[in-house]
Design a protein around this ligand. Structure first.
Ligand SMILES: Nc1ncnc2c1ncn2[C@@H]1O[C@H](COP(=O)(O)OP(=O)(O)OP(=O)(O)O)[C@@H](O)[C@H]1O
Length: 272
């Protein structure tokens, strides 16, 4: 089942091709981590998926409502957080008790209860970031587009945001989560889509994308230099190393590849 399906998206701004055959499918309950260098086309994809701009070619199909937290804060500074949430909840079709419950519940989730009656313009940056995310999460949309929602957030804000995102996915939302901070994707148990030059060039479970990347095996031996090997089969490499050693082993370290390594590997392709 697919909740969000982008096919063959092309978007040009004059000479610049922001999207060049962009494809992405996200299932209900899936958090897809969309990563890529500045200018890879992530924000342009979000704008098209949210219906804010039209593609030159291709299509995006979504099932249900779309909630989006844009990268640039887009809030009204003169109204309170409560008014903001009521406004966005109302636009998403919530009324009466359901609206009040959604406002209170989302504020609680994102630690905004204490500032509900303060004007948005006087909030701290982290509070504004949370208020922005709250506008997207409020009505429990079937598709959530979050563009670097934790940029500039302190650890508590980050943790609250990630927990809220996981909860929405647990309730069946299809989430696209843009970030430059890759450890978050492991925390979210996200699948990964790597965008480059307006296309998705790698897509899958994090572990699957990493399995062909080399690990580092390091063995420290008594009275000698560390032995380090780079290999895609660390277990076999370690067994071979230990078999051939004639000195006592002091320590063994295996460093598995991370998403950072994947990113670096794909960036090398770009430079080539
Ligand atoms: N409204 C616009 N007018 C002209 N060029 C644009 C416009 N929007 C995006 N672009 C260009 O399209 C390309 C893709 O931009 P986009 O913002 O989608 O990238 P991104 O992957 O979101 O980058 P970042 O990680 O910096 O947010 C860039 O070269 C950008 O300059």
């Amino acid at each position: 089942m697919v909740r969000l399906r982008a096919e063959g998206l092309v978007k040009r701004y004059g000479e610049v091709t922001a999207l060049d055959g962009f494809e992405l499918r996200v299932a209900p309950g899936e958090i897809a981590g969309l990563v890529g260098h500045n200018g890879a086309g992530k924000t342009t994809f979000f704008e098209i998926a949210a219906g804010l701009t039209a593609p030159d070619a291709g299509s995006v199909r979504v099932e249900g409502e779309v909630g989006m937290a844009p990268q640039q804060l887009a809030l009204y500074p003169a109204i309170t957080v409560r008014e903001t949430l009521r406004l966005f909840g109302g636009l998403a079709g919530l009324r009466g008790r359901a609206l009040a419950r959604a406002v209170e519940g989302t504020a609680e989730e994102l630690a905004l209860t204490g500032v509900l009656d303060r004007r948005v313009g006087v909030l701290s940056g982290g509070q504004q970031r949370r208020a922005q995310a709250a506008t997207a999460l409020l009505a429990d949309p079937g598709v959530l587009l979050l563009d670097e929602p934790t940029a500039g957030a302190d650890p508590e804000t980050r943790a609250a945001l990630l927990a809220a995102v996981r909860r929405r996915a647990g309730r069946g939302a299809a989430v696209v989560y843009c970030t430059h901070y890759l450890p978050e994707l492991a925390e979210l148990a996200a699948t990964v889509a790597v965008a480059r030059n307006g296309r998705v060039i790698a897509r899958g479970a994090g572990a699957d994308l990493l399995k062909d990347l080399p690990s580092q095996v390091r063995v420290s031996v008594d009275g000698g230099q560390d032995i380090a090997v780079t290999t895609t089969d660390p277990t076999a490499a370690l067994a071979a190393l230990l078999r051939d050693l004639d000195r006592p082993v002091l320590g063994i370290d295996i460093r598995q590849p991370s998403l950072d390594d994947l990113y670096r590997e794909l960036s090398h392709d770009r430079a080539a």
